[in-house]
Design a binder for this molecule. Structure first.
Ligand SMILES: Nc1ncnc2c1ncn2[C@@H]1O[C@H](COP(=O)(O)OP(=O)(O)O)[C@@H](O)[C@H]1O
Ligand SMILES: [Mg+2]
Length: 328
């Protein structure tokens, strides 16, 4: 797949990445305003225009709500049209562990959450409001239990106030992967950034669970995760999602991780992305992290801080060496 042109090449030459490599994940990085989003939109547009032997359905988790104007014929959805349940009784501890990671629960709060789930009967997917209600009426075993119960209620209640109640009630998002029309989820509709993060994490987990059940074996999914720092940041990562980085490729899901700072991400991202498209980076810390994982030539290292918008260094299995390219 052509992503642009090789810079300073006479005669002009296309810059390519093998489509099948998308399944082995891609990192798009570079400082703000250097062209990351434009690059990803270019890749998605090429993917849907072209006739490739590998089929990918693009799914864009559009953190800032920018993609609808950049893509050709996207299907744009409001997250409130795609509500997700955070906790399911069927999944038991797996579900509690996930909620605990996403909400940043203490071990004591996690214990109280588990207890309250046990105390609730009825349907499989749990409404957060019902859970808060159950927590309200729960007898306290001890002073620490009471303290954890109240702080847990405070954390959960945030997810149930105003319109957010509907976001976390109502089954699995039903993803139609029959066509390669890009699906854009406009996350900017979720005003509260903490809730936006919880929603994306829960959404990804649902997709991963479906992938593990074989849901994307014949029709692959290419998921764009913008502002990846929110989920895969060094100091606030969701462990289940990090684990998936390594495992999900086997189940037909490729990720495009977009982040302005490689050093802000867990190391697994660098190790588990086969293609890397690096726009201009000025930060010495970020350059150092890159230097450790990819084979940079001295020349490339020197130009990285000074590249123009839309220029990038491409690290791809298709080329022996990193290549200076212009995304077009
Ligand atoms: N390859 C390119 N060709 C033309 N314009 C570009 C290119 N890359 C980026 N731009 C323009 O530069 C601006 C910033 O790009 P954007 O992709 O939003 O940056 P980032 O996502 O890294 O913050 C946008 O107005 C975009 O249209
Ligand atoms: Mg951007």
């Amino acid at each position: 797949m052509v992503v642009g042109e090789v810079a300073n090449s006479t005669p002009p030459a296309d810059a390519c990445i093998p489509v099948e490599d998308l399944n082995k994940h891609t990192l798009v990085t570079g400082a703000t305003g250097t062209g990351k989003t434009f690059t990803v939109a270019t890749i998605v547009n090429r993917l849907t225009e072209g006739d490739y032997s590998v089929f990918f359905k693009p799914l864009i988790l559009d953190w800032h709500g920018e993609y609808s104007s950049l893509l050709r014929d996207p299907e744009v959805k409001d997250p409130f049209q795609l509500p997700i349940t955070l906790l399911s009784r069927e999944e038991g501890y797996y579900s509690v562990e996930f909620a605990s990671q996403v909400l940043g629960l203490t071990p004591a709060q996690e214990y109280v959450l588990l207890k309250s789930l046990e105390s609730l009967g009825g349907e499989e997917d749990l409404d957060i409001s019902d859970l808060v209600e159950a927590l309200e009426g729960m007898p306290d075993e001890s002073a620490w239990f009471r303290e954890s119960r109240l702080s847990l209620m405070r954390k959960l209640r945030r997810l149930t106030i105003g319109g957010y109640k509907d976001l976390f009630s109502g089954g699995d998002p039903d993803l139609e992967v029959g066509s390669n029309r890009p699906l854009v989820i406009d996350l900017s509709k979720i005003g509260d950034l903490a809730i936006r993060r919880v929603y994306v994490a829960a959404f990804l987990k649902k997709i991963f669970d479906k992938a593990l059940r074989g849901g994307f074996n014949s029709r692959r999914l290419l998921i764009v995760v913008e502002e990846a720092r929110n989920l895969l940041g060094r100091d606030n990562y969701v462990e289940i999602l990090v684990k998936m980085l390594d495992e999900i490729r086997k189940f037909g899901v490729g990720l495009v991780i977009v982040s302005q700072s490689p050093s802000a991400l867990v190391e697994d991202v660098m190790a588990n992305t086969s293609t890397k498209i690096v726009h201009s980076i000025k930060s010495a810390v970020d350059l150092e992290v890159l230097d450790k994982v990819v084979n940079m030539t001295g020349e490339i290292r020197e130009i990285l801080p000074y590249m123009d918008k839309g220029e990038a260094v491409l690290f791809s299995s298709f080329y022996k060496k990193p290549l200076l390219v212009r995304i077009v």
